[in-house]
Design a protein around this ligand. Structure first.
Ligand SMILES: Cc1cc2nc3c(=O)[nH]c(=O)nc-3n(C[C@H](O)[C@H](O)[C@H](O)COP(=O)(O)OP(=O)(O)OC[C@H]3O[C@@H](n4cnc5c(N)ncnc54)[C@H](O)[C@@H]3O)c2cc1C
Length: 480
């Protein structure tokens, strides 16, 4: 390597793509050798702050590994590769700078939340110690941060609709960046490194559940195929508004979230909210500093996360999440409302459980949506609460979704499946269901549910004489 050759290290994090990747694009024109680098940061495999779940569960881990393999293949076809290391990015970058001797720049996309910003700070320090320049770009939103009509970011509206109307009128989406056919070569002497397996990272490869609404695998190639399918092969996006509340199958929504390719405005909004509020998006009192007497009942929480609350619409969604790492937006809104408003549990329990499991986990979208559902975020309406029975009847009128995920209720036909506790003993026995034995009694019932039970012929809210919530019947755990 000549002394004057310029070498750039591109630190990739949530931007595992070649298309429209400003980091790779910049390095292509400003360096002679490029090291596209992904680090398995040990901090991503620690436990969540409050309730101690693994930060990265098996579904997302598999998705990540698939994404890395795919990116490596793509970069190889273009004359480069993806360098993979285990270690903190700041340590790996320091070692590479020392090894190569002549790194001219370290390049990365900026993130919005504290832990990611801390990594950026460390990288800046390493580079300043070694006299290496840093180049960073903002690229994780549809509308660029610098093009927002709100400056400084503290002026971002706290109501989403005001944000949407302003950006739609006053901001433009920047054009995407082309990816070169032939990329600059890897710096000589740099080992490619192995992509570990799920087992190498201490987890078990999850089995693919045939009922999944998310059969796709990770990686840019899959994302582009899905884009082709939704926009051109089927024109699915044209009917998005009519189908988006579906619950079963691949096609009721786009499934774009995990690829981070197609950010829409809600996604942008929550990212900008994170910029505006910093660490407050993780705080119990939320953005509004609201005092709520949240419970931390771990027995109730276990019922929720294991899909054993005795409320079939909630249980079906929670079981789908555990089995596949995916849940529809309709489902997420409902189970979040149930956890926070019906059970009154600390919203961070739910947020951390989602963090562990979701394939498309995104720190800003997840915490932003949970704050919103808990009534301590950006929702302008006070006390928004979903009615589980009404939602089940509206969006799963025939009970197909519950049938799919709660097989012990399969003997109950049609809409009745949503309210087994309201069925007569004879109807339950005919369906082969014994509440409290084959399926739990509801851990809670809300007064407003009865309106939708009484409406149906031959039903009353509590025909079996039960009034109060049942004792949870799921595995228990004491608060640690
Ligand atoms: C409690 C809760 C937690 C959530 N956690 C996440 C999360 O960790 N990661 C995540 O990407 N989304 C999250 N969402 C938002 C939404 O549920 C998912 O983006 C969506 O279900 C993913 O499926 P899809 O790609 O088929 O979405 P589609 O309905 O096809 O939407 C297309 C894209 O728009 C964006 N989008 C749509 N709705 C929202 C929304 N409410 N907030 C932010 N972005 C949105 C996503 O990027 C999505 O891929 C959460 C919602 C709730 C209520």
């Amino acid at each position: 390597m000549s002394v004057s050759a310029r070498t750039a290290i591109c630190v990739l994090r949530c931007d595992l793509r070649a298309h429209d990747n400003q980091v790779l694009h910049w390095a292509q024109s400003n360096a002679d050798f490029v090291v596209p680098l992904y680090c398995f940061d040990p901090r991503h495999y620690l436990r969540t702050h409050c309730y101690g779940f693994l930060k990265t569960g098996p579904h997302r881990l598999r998705f990540l590994l698939e994404s890395l393999k795919d990116l490596r293949e793509t970069l190889k076809r273009k004359g480069s590769t993806l360098v993979v290391r285990k270690g903190k990015p700041e340590d790996v970058v320091r070692d590479l700078i020392t090894q190569l001797g002549s790194v001219s720049a370290v390049v990365f996309h900026e993130e919005a939340t504290q832990e990611e910003l801390d990594v950026e700070k460390e990288l800046r320090q390493v580079c300043s110690q070694h006299g290496v320049k840093i180049h960073t770009f903002w690229a994780s939103t549809l509308y660029h941060r610098d093009d927002l009509p709100f400056k400084p970011i503290a002026r971002l509206p706290d109501v989403y609709t005001r944000f949407r109307k302003a950006v739609e009128c006053e901001a433009k989406v920047r054009p995407t960046l082309r990816v070169a056919d032939q990329l600059q070569p890897l710096a000589p002497g740099v080992e490619e490194g192995c992509i570990p397996t799920v087992e190498d990272l201490g987890q078990k490869d999850p089995e693919t559940d045939p009922r999944t609404a998310f059969p796709g695998s990770g990686g840019e190639t899959q994302a582009l195929m899905r884009l082709q399918y939704c926009f051109w092969d089927t024109n699915l996006v044209a009917s998005y508004k009519e189908i988006r509340n579906g619950l079963v199958g691949m096609d009721y929504s786009t499934k774009f979230a995990p690829w981070v390719l197609f950010e829409l405005l809600w996604r942008d909004y929550f990212r900008f909210v994170a910029l505006k509020y910093g660490r407050r998006i993780f705080s119990l009192r939320g953005l509004q500093s609201k005092e709520v007497a949240w419970k931390k009942d771990l027995q109730l929480f276990d019922c929720w996360k294991e899909g054993k609350t005795g409320v079939p619409f909630v249980d079906a969604n929670m079981r789908e999440l555990a089995a596949t790492g995916f849940m529809s937006n309709r489902g997420r809104q409902n189970v979040a409302s149930f956890l926070t408003k019906d059970l009154g549990l600390d919203w961070r329990m739910g947020a951390e459980w989602f963090e562990y499991l979701l394939v498309d986990y995104d720190v800003c979208s997840n915490y932003g949506n949970w704050l919103y559902s808990a009534g301590v975020g950006n929702d302008p309406r006070d006390n928004r609460k979903f009615n589980m029975v009404k939602q089940g009847l509206d969006y799963d009128g025939n009970g197909d979704y519950v049938q799919l995920w709660v097989p012990e209720l399969q003997g109950i036909k049609g809409a009745d499946i949503h309210t087994p506790w309201a069925l007569s003993s004879a109807a339950l026995s005919q369906a082969g269901v014994t509440l409290g034995e084959t399926y739990p009694e509801p851990v809670v019932t809300a007064p407003e549910w009865s309106r939708y039970i009484n409406q149906r012929p031959g039903r009353s809210a509590h025909p079996r004489g039960r009034r109060g919530p049942a004792r949870p019947q799921c595995s228990t755990r004491t608060e640690g």
